[in-house]
Write a protein that binds this ligand. Structure first.
Ligand code: SF4
Length: 381
């Protein structure tokens, strides 16, 4: 047994995890409140190892924002613009195809596409861009839209959520993104994202998608005005839906970025808070296989440490990120494959390039070969 666990007052929770017993909400709160970060991390690392073994993954992907115009004004959002704003943008389908073509040449397997709730683009725009992008390469996986975008598109199309998702699926949609979950508790949601869909609506979009045979990820935006109890409540709703559908491929905790928005948070989530949140997520979400350390929000160095605190995935190359950077993220715009493989190897794991559904595309040897640095792919950027 790990030394940190042996001498910790969290020993009973370790015993529970070893026995395969589900942690309660009170247990999760205890882990969040514990100052013994080494023990919390060691227990999560045990659970991670048992669930996914010695592999850690990343994906070659490109982010694509079709527009940042949005009819809502969530208080925490630094990305959305109104039509009168000079730095608003919207891409034509031809521009999206061009960006996708360039990224495909670099070896990406996934386009991750989200935008604001555009005031006037018709439903056909979304269907047509999915078809145009899929026509570039049938193997390209399209992970698109947050739950609130799906509700907006259903409203535009004057169809039910189920009909809307079915049409988007036929056009090439393969996975929903997990964005927009924020914090589910009503009071917190009202304080940071007034006007956005309710927790029930978010969960119902994902439930419907899962019922149609789709998979998705889910998120939690933490470290703003919420209490630790709110985080546990949020995780409990995700765990319950996963029990029901088994449709979530992974969970991505998102540390709050405090710049250029209306939420007065002077101290964004600390490094320890981010590690603890990853660890509690791994332990409490016992029905999730994958927990991502999102390097865009954490920075690659802390995301690398998180691989020893329950995370087993570093997310992707991304290439062009707007949402976190407009909120003050100091991380680079893209991450190279070489850096991610190196970060994974340094913590003693086997790097695995994955696809959208966390299936292995390529497994790297545990130690670097001499020829590796010249393998370019996304590193050419
Ligand atoms: S978070 Fe999404 S829905 Fe809210 S204002 Fe920003 S882009 Fe619009």
């Amino acid at each position: 047994m790990n030394f940190a666990i042996q001498h910790s007052d969290l020993r009973d929770l370790y015993d529970k995890v070893v026995a395969g017993e589900r942690l309660s909400d009170a247990d999760a709160l205890r882990l969040f409140e514990s100052k013994d970060i080494n023990a919390v991390g060691a227990i999560a690392d045990f659970a991670r190892q048992r669930k996914v073994g010695n592999r850690a993954s990343y994906i070659l992907n490109r982010y694509l924002n079709y527009s940042n115009y949005c009819i809502l004004s969530c208080q925490f959002c630094s990305f959305a613009r109104k039509k009168r704003d000079k730095d608003g943008f919207e891409l034509t389908i031809e521009q999206m195809v061009q960006k996708a073509r360039e990224a495909l040449a670099l070896g990406i397997t996934e386009l991750h596409i989200v935008g604001g709730l555009h005031p006037s683009l018709p439903f056909s725009y979304y269907v047509d861009f999915l078809k145009a992008l899929k026509a570039l390469d049938a193997r390209l996986q399209l992970k698109c839209f947050t739950a609130i975008e799906i509700l907006h598109l259903a409203w535009l199309a004057k169809k039910s959520v189920e009909q809307t998702l079915t049409e988007l699926k036929s056009a090439g949609l393969e996975s929903l993104t997990g964005g927009g979950a924020e914090i589910f508790r009503k009071e917190v949601r009202h304080a940071i994202a007034r006007g956005k869909e309710s927790a029930e609506e978010y969960l119902d979009v994902h439930r419907t998608w899962h019922r149609l045979g789709g998979r998705s990820t889910c998120t939690m935006l933490f470290g703003h005005v919420e209490k630790l109890e709110d985080r546990v409540h949020h995780l409990s709703l995700l765990r319950a839906l996963q029990d029901e559908t088994q449709g979530f491929t992974g969970f991505v905790p998102l540390p709050y970025q405090p710049e250029n928005n209306d939420i007065p948070v002077r101290v964004p989530p600390t490094g320890l808070d981010q590690l603890r949140t990853i660890a509690v997520s791994r332990l409490y979400l016992d029905n999730f296989d994958h927990i991502t350390a999102y390097w865009v929000g954490m920075g690659l160095k802390l995301a690398q440490v998180a691989l020893s605190y329950g995370a087993d995935d570093l997310h992707g190359t991304i290439v062009e990120e707007h949402i976190f950077h407009m909120a003050g993220a100091k991380s680079p715009q893209l991450q190279t494959e070489v850096e991610m493989v190196k970060a994974i190897r340094e913590v003693g794991r086997i790097p695995v390039q994955r696809n959208t559904f966390y299936e292995a595309v390529k497994e790297w040897p545990a130690k670097a070969r001499q020829t590796e640095p010249s393998e370019p792919r996304v590193d050419r950027l």
